[in-house]
Design a protein around this ligand. Sequence first.
Ligand code: SAH
Ligand code: SF4
Length: 341
Amino acid sequence: MASRYDAEIDDLSGLLGDLPAYRSRQVFEGLHKNLASPQEMTNLPQDLRDLLETALPSALREVEKTVTDDGETTKWAFALDEKSAIETVLMNYRQRVTVCVSTQAGCAMGCTFCATGQGGFFRHLTVGEIVEQYIVAAREAQPRRVTNIVFMGMGEPMANYDNMMAAVNRLHHAIGISARKITISTVGIVPGIRRLTQEPLQLNLAVSLHSANDVRRNELVPMNKRYPLSALGDACMEYVETTNRRLSFEWALIDGVNDTDRDIKELVAYARPLKAHVNLIPLNPTPGYLVRGTSKERVQEFFSALNEQGIMTTVRNTRGSEIAAACGQLAVPVSFSRPPV
Ligand code: SAH
Ligand code: SF4
């Protein structure tokens, strides 16, 4: 077991020496609802606290913690084992508190402009490793409560579907986060979108589109060759029609690459039938991609043109860019940057 948060409530009795049901419940609630460390669970006998600490260790070893935006953004780098590390980001806003979690150490999708993609894939995270990121961030956020969770950290959530969805269910059922405040972001894995369509929870889906033209999207998002825009559009349409849930497209604006008038035209035509919301992200710099982000003025023009044509659009502010915590800048620390041999 990688993390003490890998255990479901029914596993606890066996793992902790035949606990009575009420003790299992105390442990489970202590971990999830009270965000407690074993020694903070003063309703448990000391020997059980000690056992919990040693038999079910914490999976995340903090190797770095950086704070920026006047204390409102915190980024952690956690080591999982000798070979892999991940990052987690906490963002305090006036109206909401958002945690951005990773689902994989690294990513195999290879999007050219993304630091995680540039670093390659290490391994999938377990359900406990995903949930524990939330726990650490939620402890830090206190006395405020985390309201939103975005699966937008390292990795492709749909490539680790079962563990991702088990974590979503835990965050919703055991911790009490509203499904409507949980967003799954995907590069556009069609079978994953189809599975998500069948899930009973009212989750939000974000698709990282970046181009509505197959030639250009093939270059930016290599997965487009496997799941081209027509197949992706069909899956999105089925998702919207079946679930009535909101779909959004993410679009990192790259100077001269996907910010032209033609891009606006193509995006409007693609987004309109799906009633999709568009999230514009000014490109964050990464070491492996040298094209600049779109200028502020052009971002504004792009934004206005979409809105004028009836596409609901927002520009995402890039929290934490100076500590490389912004979208697409998450990469493993240098000491963990080589794939396992
Ligand atoms: N793998 C998933 C979720 C993690 S990436 C996905 O791709 O959707 C989170 C978001 O950051 C995605 O929309 C991604 O396209 C975007 N992103 C990646 N690199 C970026 C960069 N350099 N600047 C801005 N956004 C970027
Ligand atoms: Fe992976 Fe998402 Fe980065 Fe693409 S943008 S490489 S899918 S993390």
